[in-house]
Design a protein around this ligand. Structure first.
Ligand code: ZN
Length: 351
């Protein structure tokens, strides 16, 4: 007999799977709104992992990652509890927006409060109903609008348990970050719950490599936590992740039309040409060069820039060559065989 688990006052017995809808403040046209949460309970007790997506309403890769995750046949052998929240900021999703209708960023509003702003109330609901009932967490994000990120894990790697989770996720780039910014990750850490933030792809777009890497990473974390049996397939290549020493932004030196030369995942040397900015009226041309040697882990996708805007995010490593090699094999391994052909099909099960 497993431990009791309930969500929104509804009990979820061991060995069952339920979709629970938590009440949210309705839309102002009196349309009811809920926060859908999938709860999967194994027959045996074990860790309780939450996986959340769409804290920023326009970040869609994570929602697709959760959809595919929930179809994995391996979950029949689950030990412990998986709590999956495919869209946290439902208000933002409706408007294709990162923010809530009160223009607040939900991921800067944690831990929230019962009587605070709309953002604070949702943050509070999420903390009390989801986070505080779990032992571990993974929050799925993408780059902002018109910005794409190489699949990467951001976590407090100084904490040994979090660092172990981060390594088991299996993406080549790990960033150590310990921000105090009102984020879900900070609030979870204060409750002693190790949490990863997965960043991959771009807002309002699906990115196949990022989605596949996300599903695979969550399964690997669950295996690492003994929530799923170890893979029966030939020993999986365990590629060692590289922890970035630091990261810097390369910003536009002028306003104009931006032609990108550097690509996501590429290894660049300090001083190397990354792009050109053309003044469409005066005809002047400005060079954008790498201000550090490292790997491009994020870049702007839109050819319109204002002076000072961030164009490239470069991560610096002790062993840049090793990290670049790992990034390349990771991208090749997860790339779809023929670009658009199979995007409408479900990915084959990972286990
Ligand atoms: Zn985000």
């Amino acid at each position: 007999m497993g431990k009791d688990f309930s969500l929104g006052g509804e009990p979820v017995p061991s060995g069952t799977r339920r979709l629970i809808e938590l009440q949210l403040p309705p839309l102002y046209i009196n349309t009811p709104l809920t926060l859908p949460v999938h709860v999967l309970r194994g027959a045996k007790d074990g860790p309780c992992l939450f996986v959340s997506a769409g804290l920023h309403g326009d970040e869609l890769n994570g929602t697709e990652i959760i959809r595919r995750l929930l179809k994995q046949p391996a979950l029949k052998r689950l030990r412990g509890t998986l709590v999956a929240v495919p869209i946290v900021n439902v208000y933002g999703l409706i408007h294709h927006s990162r923010y809530l209708p009160d223009r607040r960023d939900l991921n800067r509003s944690f831990p929230g409060s019962e009587r605070g702003s709309l953002a604070a109330r949702i943050a509070h609901l999420f903390m009390t109903e989801i986070v505080q009932k779990c032992t571990h967490g993974i929050d799925l994000h993408t780059g902002a609008i018109h910005r794409t990120n190489l699949p990467q894990i951001r976590a407090n790697l100084d904490d040994p348990e979090t660092s172990k989770l981060a390594e088991s996720f299996g993406v080549p780039v790990l960033l150590n970050s310990n921000l105090r910014d009102g984020s879900l990750r900070e609030a979870a850490a204060e409750q002693g719950i190790p949490m990863l933030l997965y960043e991959a792809g771009e807002a309002l777009r699906f990115d196949e490599v990022s989605i596949r890497a996300g599903v695979k990473g969550i399964i690997r974390v669950m295996r690492g936590l003994d929530m799923l049996p170890k893979s029966r397939a030939r020993r999986q290549q365990t590629s060692e992740p590289f922890v970035a020493r630091s990261s810097i932004w390369v910003r536009a030196s002028a306003s104009g039309l931006f032609r990108k030369v550097g690509t996501l995942g590429a290894r660049v040397k300090r001083g190397e040409l990354l792009g050109l900015i053309d003044d469409p009226v005066g005809g002047e041309e400005f060079q954008v060069t790498a201000s550090a040697t490292g790997i491009i882990i994020g870049c702007s996708q839109i050819p319109l820039v204002h002076e000072g805007e961030a164009l490239f995010h470069i991560a610096r490593f002790e062993d840049v060559k090793g990290a670049a090699g790992q990034v390349e094999s990771f991208q090749t391994e997860l790339a779809p065989e023929e670009a658009p052909a199979n995007t409408m099909q479900d990915e084959p099960p990972i286990v």
